[in-house]
Design a binder for this molecule. Structure first.
Ligand code: BGC
Length: 762
């Protein structure tokens, strides 16, 4: 169980594990994960347990094992420490452990462990450990342990270094070299298929009560991918031994480093370590904390005054993880569905980015949003090849993406790679949202227009004409609801494809009128003329499912014809907790149950397609039959419930969403945190209760706070202006902090323009 443990200034900043449970290590390793967008380090304990999963993942370093999909390889470990007290290994499953605590401070990213341990032989020690992945220096990891001998003198030994043999299989590396250089260890290895070189260096410094006496350190390099230092010390009763370890990692995937030789990369890593080796843990931690403060919390923190304190914690937990999982330093990289916190989904990116995480960046950090979209632009050629391979035109984005040139990387056993086509329209939707919110025309001219035109060309070629009904259909797809495979006319897919083509038509027309030279440049191969003629004509005839006689919008051609199980009336808890079991009993494909929000995502993204009455009717219908068997689901349902005035239900769905990683389920986060659901928590807060929404071309603000909340404060960016919102139940105020341009917002159907500040009733 994870507790919200900060007090005073640290209230709602600290998550804590209060009891050591060797059977539930995975959850804390994932949710206490540290990182900085360049690398992610799972929060494994120093000492080893049967279920420990050590993992250091570096953004973009994909490699492929034979007969498997490409994945982020586990780099050599720098966290493990074999600690022996009078020869006995530190092991909390033996002896006695008291006052155990492991905390993650979301404010500065520092992981801390402390406990009192009595070995089976009766030696008593106080153990403390701190670890930080610098947010300032993206290559740097610092850790420190402190051991105090409590009841007698002890002889202590700590073995630690760089270990490529300890990491979980599969091993993607072949060793290129290892060495000790003036006390610094270095290990260089290469990924087997992609040939990416990794060079890791590490240095340790031990002290007893500030002195470096009575300590010996020997470097050992046994066979295998491993090099370590063994530190031995005699620690008198009452004295404290401390060991600081600084490590780094560099790879040839780093920007501009792809042509470095093994020696050059090694030198880069060693020189970097040499430059920092005299620094204390404290100074590195403080520098990183300053970066967290200035870059993240001073600009993006959201304040929630709620009588349920976990709400404040949850949004900070989301922002913390969204920060460490996002490789915005490099536009050749994207966010993995589990960030860098575990092996789940192999580090691949999905529609999770555009529909669930990107909105947070668009409204809180537009530069990072742009970098994520530039990644899609950099993958455009691979998407074009993917389209051609499948017999289509334009660009067809892969359902699962890894390296920019890889194309489709969905494991072959999954049908999603062949059929979950809505991703292409989702990317286009991301471009439209970013452009409309930021006003970044330069982005459109360099990247965005082309992405919209190429994705539209894909859909134009993808449409199938149904002669009998004189309409275009999109058949043989998987929609967001992955319980239903190979369906025809998934409503979400059809509407999003239609939007994608119509955006292309709109942008092409605007270029023709306003920038004829740009129009001509794009139209050299006839692309735009094709979109404006054939594209527009076909789009007019795309089958866009409307509500049936019962007012229901069919998820696809068959969903509403399947056996209905509504008479069972499963509670929300049953649906969430027992989803697999119940769905398995019925057979996922055979009955009207959905894995996750599907038609509801459509209602959320394209609000005006259906009347509020129809939306409400459908919300109740689909919510009852939705098993929220994907962490992407609850947040969308919460936002819709709030929009429809169902405040209590919205809050209930939101609290469930906010507890996906933080809640009591001990195993569901083992393969990694649920990245999209963290984006979803931000969306529930800002888009849902805060009522902030991109609505057509407008910024609409229509808040409706839950009863538990008395105030919400959130910053957002709109057309380059930074706005700060303060929302209560009675009114809301928008302050234009940039105050350079007038801002127009839409509220209750009316437009208000202001330069400095606006207050309106809720
Ligand atoms: C969901 C997808 C999602 C993927 C990665 C699946 O279980 O059904 O919608 O993109 O997980 O998070």
């Amino acid at each position: 169980m994870i507790y919200n443990k900060g007090t005073g200034e640290l209230k709602n900043w600290i998550i804590e594990e209060e009891i050591f449970d060797s059977g539930a290590l995975g959850k804390c390793e994932s949710i206490f994960c540290q990182g900085n967008g360049y690398l992610g380090l799972r929060a494994a304990a120093e000492e080893e347990y049967e279920n420990t999963r050590r993992s250091l993942l570096v953004a973009g370093t994909f490699d492929k094992m034979p007969d498997d999909a490409t994945e982020l390889p586990n780099a050599a470990d720098v966290t493990a420490m074999d600690i022996r007290i009078n020869g006995e290994p530190l092991d909390l499953t033996k002896g006695e452990c008291k006052n155990y605590s492991r905390t993650l401070n979301l404010k500065n990213g520092i992981l801390k462990r402390s406990f009192l341990w009595t070995s089976e032989k009766g030696d008593e020690i106080q153990f403390e450990a701190w670890r930080v992945v610098s947010l300032k220096d993206l290559h740097l990891i610092a850790s420190k342990i402190q051991i105090t001998a409590l009841n007698q003198d002890i002889s202590l030994s700590v073995r630690s270094g760089i270990d490529g043999d300890r990491i979980p299989a599969p091993v993607h590396f072949s060793l290129q070299g290892k060495q000790e250089n003036n006390g610094m260890l270095n290990l260089t290895a290469k990924t087997n298929e992609s040939g990416v070189l990794f060079s890791l260096s590490s240095v340790q410094k031990a002290e007893i009560g500030g002195k470096q006496t009575e300590i010996t350190a020997r470097t050992q390099a046994e066979s295998g991918m491993k090099i370590y230092t063994e530190t031995a010390a005699a620690v008198a009763k009452g004295e404290t031994f401390s060991l600081t370890k600084l490590s780094n990692v560099f790879t040839t995937r780093d920007k501009g480093a792809d042509s470095l030789s093994q020696e050059e990369l090694q030198a880069r890593s060693l020189e970097h370590l040499q430059a920092v080796r005299e620094r204390t843990f404290q100074s590195i931690a403080e520098e990183s904390e300053k970066e967290w403060k200035e870059r993240i919390w001073d600009t993006r923190d959201i304040l929630i005054d709620s009588n349920r304190e976990e709400d404040q914690l949850a949004i900070r937990f989301a922002i913390y993880h969204l920060t460490i999982m996002t490789p915005s330093h490099d536009n050749r990289m994207n966010i993995g569905a589990k960030g860098f916190s575990g092996p789940g989904y192999k580090g691949h990116s999905f529609w999770d980015t555009e529909i669930f995480m990107l909105p947070y960046f668009i409204f809180s950090s537009p530069k990072e949003a742009r970098s994520l979209l530039e990644h899609r632009y950099n993958s455009l050629e691979a998407a074009q090849k993917n389209a051609a391979k499948n017999g289509y035109k334009g660009a067809m984005y892969p359902w699962e993406s890894a390296w920019i040139t890889d194309g489709e990387v969905t494991p072959e056993w999954a049908l999603t790679g062949l059929m979950e086509h809505h991703i292409t329209a989702d990317v286009a939707f991301g471009v439209y949202s970013y452009y409309t919110v930021s006003g970044d025309l330069e982005f459109m001219e360099r990247y965005g227009y082309k992405m919209i035109f190429e994705t539209a060309k894909f859909w134009i070629s993808r449409l199938e004409y149904n002669e009998e009904l004189d309409r275009y259909e999109i058949n043989h797809v998987i929609g967001p609801d992955e319980y239903k495979e190979d369906v025809n006319n998934n409503a979400y897919t059809n509407y999003m494809a239609h939007l994608n083509i119509m955006l292309a038509v709109q942008y092409a027309e605007s270029l023709r009128t306003n920038k004829p030279y740009a129009f001509e440049a794009f139209d050299q191969d006839g692309s735009l003329s094709h979109i404006l003629s054939e594209g527009r004509a076909k789009a007019e005839k795309i089958y866009l499912p409307r509500e049936n006689a019962d007012g229901l919008v069919p998820e696809d051609d068959t969903f509403l014809t399947l056996r209905d199980i509504a008479d069972k009336d499963y509670s929300l808890s049953e649906r969430i907790e027992e989803s697999q079991k119940i769905a398995g009993q019925y057979g996922y494909f055979n009955v009207q149950i959905s894995k996750q929000a599907d038609v509801m995502v459509l209602f959320f993204l394209l609000e005006d397609l259906f009347s509020p009455e129809i939306k409400k009717k459908n919300f109740y219908y689909y919510e009852k039959r939705c098993f929220h068997d994907s962490s992407l689901s609850l947040s969308t349902h919460s936002i819709l419930a709030n929009d429809l005035g169902e405040k209590e239900q919205a809050y209930k769905l939101y609290t469930r969403a906010s507890m996906i990683d933080l809640g009591p389920k001990m195993n569901s986060s083992n393969p990694g945190i649920h990245a999209a659901s963290l984006g979803g928590i931000w969306q529930c807060t800002v888009f849902g209760f805060g009522g902030v929404r991109l609505y057509g071309d407008d910024l609409r603000i229509q808040p409706a706070l839950p009863d538990n909340w008395s105030e919400l404060k959130a910053p957002i960016y709109w057309k380059g202006q930074r706005l700060s919102l303060t929302i209560s139940h009675q009114e809301f105020t928008v302050v234009n902090e940039t105050a350079e341009e007038p801002v127009t917002i839409l509220n209750n159907g009316k437009r208000y323009t202001f330069t400095d500040k606006l207050t309106l009733p809720c």
